[in-house]
Design a protein around this ligand. Structure first.
Ligand SMILES: *Cc1c(COP(=O)(O)O)cnc(C)c1O
Length: 393
């Protein structure tokens, strides 16, 4: 470009596309727009999630790297990365549901998902039936001719209820029902698509990014036609993941299997120590033999039951509040899956307005504490837990 004015040159720097060698890591493509040599090329790019890149809301090379990586980890046909876990859940449900459709969902759901389903029921004419998720017969009883979605979570929060995914997908086999599973708690440990699930969702905010520095989500599809359908609706909703968030998540994926294995092993260790402590009346961890779905967990999560556990303090609401403020190494916060350990006492924080009866209906006790185990040494975690338990006693 000779003969141009500096003002023009300034806005047209050379864009270097590597030739003759390739980057080893995934580059961050921060630019939102790609140009074409031909109108036909641009027209083709509008057709689906695997075409050429043209505008950041429709696709981005860094984001697609993340989508391909997680597709392979989950054994799917394609994926859609989103700006948050709720973005993935909303994109999927709003893409596949219409007014008059029926959803069967387990009752112990992530709070945001529960709120979305209630909103769809109140304002958009979607019918919702909540089931405990203990027995696939609940699904057979709830099925209607207009049932379109069965929505489950591999491990639920904070009860650590485990859903028998193969049995539940079997209950809707041969019907026009999409099974959607939130697998946020058990990446690597469980691959729901192998158990007949159609759509797997992760809040990548949690284990997939794993360092507490990203908000993001992803939906992985067993079938590319569902992927295309949800991608089209995601353009209307504007759920696209940002390139830098996708890049941080890709960085997190490198250590995901090691982190999750370590966190699972530490969680089992801490769960055992808590179960033997006099101030603790009960521990909820699928890896313990007294857990109600321990047998399901052994089949579904043979390599570890994840890094999240919950326990009941004998002292109830007051003890829970004191305990969660007394931890030093462990942070008090409503998230999980990070390198740092976190506690959460729902009755004095997120669920403060609820009385004992409404808490119980949500599967939460007044003294229930959730613990997300990080990557610290389990002896250091135990020392912190022990001193906080002593203060709460
Ligand atoms: C955090 C979380 C979500 C929501 O994810 P965001 O990234 O916060 O939008 C959904 N499901 C589960 C199980 C979660 O833990």
């Amino acid at each position: 470009m000779t003969g141009l004015h500096p003002q023009t040159r300034a806005v047209h720097p050379p864009v270097i596309v590597p030739e003759g060698s390739e980057p080893v890591g995934v580059p961050i493509y921060q630019g939102h727009l790609f140009s074409f040599d031909s109108g036909d090329g641009l027209a083709a790019a509008f057709q689906g999630p695997d075409e050429a890149f043209f505008y950041g809301r429709m696709g981005n090379p860094t984001v697609r790297s993340l989508e391909r990586a997680v597709t392979e980890l989950e054994g799917g046909a394609g994926a859609l990365a989103t700006a948050s876990g709720m973005g993935a859940i909303s994109a999927v449900l709003l893409a596949v549901l219409g007014s008059g459709d029926h959803v069967i969902a387990q009752s112990a759901l992530y709070g945001g998902t529960h709120a979305l389903l209630l909103d769809l029921a109140e304002r958009w004419g979607v019918e919702v039936t909540f089931i405990p998720g203990d027995d696939p017969a609940e699904v057979r009883d709830a099925l209607r001719p207009n049932t379109r979605v069965l929505y489950l979570e591999t491990v639920a929060n904070p009860t650590t209820h485990v859903t028998d995914l193969p049995a539940f997908t079997e209950a809707v086999r041969g019907r026009d029902v999409l099974t959607v599973v939130d697998n946020t708690f058990t990446p690597i440990l469980c691959k729901p698509i192998e158990h007949g699930v159609d759509v797997v969702i992760h809040s990548t905010t949690k284990y997939l990014s794993g360092h507490g520095d990203v908000v993001g989500g992803i939906a992985v599809f067993a079938d590319s036609s569902v992927h295309h359908r949800v991608w089209k609706h995601s353009l209307e909703l504007g759920t696209a993941a940002a390139p830098f968030a996708a890049w941080l998540t890709i960085r997190g994926l490198a250590t995901l299997p090691m982190r999750v294995a370590r966190q699972s092993a530490s969680a089992l260790d801490i769960a055992g120590r808590l179960a033997a402590h006099p101030s603790v009346t009960r521990v909820h961890y699928p890896g313990l033999s007294d857990h109600p779905q321990h047998e399901v967990a052994r089949r579904l999560l043979p390599d570890g039951a994840g890094g999240v556990l919950a326990f009941e303090l004998a002292g109830g609401r007051d003890a829970g509040g004191t305990f969660s403020e007394a931890v030093r190494l462990i942070g008090l916060g409503p998230s999980l899956g990070a390198a740092v350990s976190l506690v959460m006492h729902p009755a004095s924080t997120s669920h403060r307005q609820m009385d004992a009866a409404s808490l119980a209906a949500a599967g939460i006790g007044e003294g229930t504490v959730r613990l997300s185990i990080g990557l610290e040494h389990p002896d250091d975690l135990w020392a912190d837990l022990e001193q906080a338990l002593a203060k709460a006693a």
